[in-house]
Design a protein around this ligand. Structure first.
Ligand code: DLL
Length: 433
């Protein structure tokens, strides 16, 4: 179902008109209220009144994570703190966290954008929506909570921890919809199977997964093990949280909420726009945010435009699933690889679980990649050295033939690698520095 027919299926021209009007209002807001933007535009001699079309937007400088870090904690807010009613933050795993503030209006906008995600997945007021994202400074839990309430669903605010109890609640409360990171759903399926329980004990029909990259093969695996239909959704704290882009029933890319965010895709090296359909870094400009507006924010996420019209009737631009982040991209043997490329291949191999870790190191000036993969509990030849070697070689060969990389393969005991909880899983350990 389309939650907001008027805005999700606008004529292109009307959408552009709306975007430019909202952009001008946002530019005035940031110039007046955010010292970082005022100083930047003054320094570059930019007159914001000269930005009259979407093409003109390209004259403005980008905003980076680093710019925002320097505004820690509240310097980039565009309203007085008394108008801020909610604060969230990025986790800060790669540096100082970025703190974001929402006004009452921002929260209204946010919940209606999340309502779009849920409606597109067919969730209605008849559903029981169990949220396994943490209710915390990160945006997943609260973001989905208010969106699900908005469409009148019965919300079960579970958070991510204690998967065993989560499964019991899912069964007893007859949960129909699971909202979580994709890896978490896999964890649920594995635990049930280990306990000898049939996933059909659950009433689950739909899964909404996001917050970390996942491959098409992981989708197939979750769908077949939990017998549900799954929907990808994408967002980031700086822009709003979940609610930036989402899949509809066609499963053909993620629709961007373009009435609230202008999308650009650039080459991260040249900073030029990439030709339509080519992969590049997503850049967003917020159009309606009051508390924390951003102009041309470089997300670090890699995706591409899906061309053509979508059969669902929405007219908004679609992006392909996020293949990874620029800073998660590994360059080995001259190839650019994302962890999701490796995940895709591991699913094709019998005898291992799709849990893995990548360890990067440098030996004699050369980058070395080690891939730790977990074997299934019924993997027998652990004590038979020759068979283990053959198995490792098989995995290494697949990686060479399909990705062109040479990796050292280490087998890990069943259940020894970290599982997904309500938070993101970190796949790459970089020991090169
Ligand atoms: O992860 C917001 C969110 C919560 C989105 C729940 C969807 C569902 P952050 O913690 O700021 O916000 O992390 C944002 O996560 O830049 C991407 O690299 C990654 N990411 C988010 N959604 C997806 C997705 C939330 N569907 C960062 N596919 C983003 C791949 C994703 N990566």
């Amino acid at each position: 179902m389309i939650y907001n027919m008027e805005y999700e299926s606008m004529e292109k021209q009307d959408l552009e008109q709306l975007q430019i009007e909202r952009l001008q209002a946002t530019l005035h807001r940031v110039y007046r209220n955010v010292s970082f933007y005022k100083a930047l535009y003054d320094k570059e001699g930019i007159q914001i009144d000269s930005i009259k079309s979407l093409d003109d937007l390209k004259k403005l400088p980008f905003t980076t994570k680093n710019d925002l870090r320097q505004s820690y904690p509240y310097e980039a807010f565009a309203v007085p703190l008394r108008d801020i009613v909610r604060i969230h933050s990025t986790s800060g795993t790669t540096g100082k966290p970025i703190v974001v503030g929402y006004t009452k209006n921002d929260l209204k906008t946010w919940s209606s954008l999340v309502a779009r995600i849920l409606s597109a997945a067919g969730v209605t007021s008849h559903d029981f929506v169990q949220i396994a994202f943490d209710y915390s400074l990160s945006t997943g839990g609260f973001g989905f909570h208010y969106g699900a309430e908005k469409i009148g669903a019965s919300v079960i605010p579970y958070s991510g921890d204690d998967v065993m109890k989560q499964i019991q609640v899912m069964k007893d409360y007859r949960t129909t919809t699971l909202v979580s990171p994709p890896g978490y759903a896999l964890h649920v399926a594995s635990l049930m199977e280990e306990m000898g329980r049939d996933t059909q004990e659950l009433n689950l029909s739909t899964g909404l997964f996001g917050s970390e990259p996942w491959s098409e093969n992981l989708r197939k695996e979750i769908e077949s093990r939990l017998k549900i239909e799954t929907f990808d959704n994408y967002g980031l704290t700086e822009i709003i949280g979940p609610g930036v882009a989402f899949e509809c029933e066609q499963h053909s890319g993620l629709h961007v909420n373009e009435d609230h965010f202008i999308l650009e895709i650039i080459n991260p090296e040249t900073l030029e726009e990439v030709p339509s359909g080519e992969q590049g870094e997503l850049v967003f400009t917020t159009l309606t945010k009051e508390g924390f507006p951003l102009i041309r924010y470089r997300t670090g996420d890699i995706s591409s435009i899906v061309e053509g019209d979508c059969a669902c009737g929405r007219t908004t631009a679609r992006i392909s699933r996020i293949s990874g982040r620029t800073d998660d991209m590994i360059i080995v043997d001259g190839r650019n690889i994302f962890p999701s490329n490796i995940e895709e291949i591991l699913f094709e191999i019998e005898g291992i679980e799709p849990h893995f870790q990548i360890v990067l190191s440098r030996e004699e000036g050369v980058d070395v990649i080690e891939l730790k993969v977990e074997v299934t509990p019924n993997f027998l030849p652990f004590d038979e050295i020759r068979k283990v070697q053959v198995f490792q070689e098989k995995i290494a060969q697949l990686l060479t033939s399909q990705l062109g990389i040479h990796a050292k393969i280490t087998l890990a005991e069943p259940k020894s690698l970290k599982r997904s909880t309500g938070e993101k899983i970190k796949r790459v350990q970089d020991n090169r520095k």
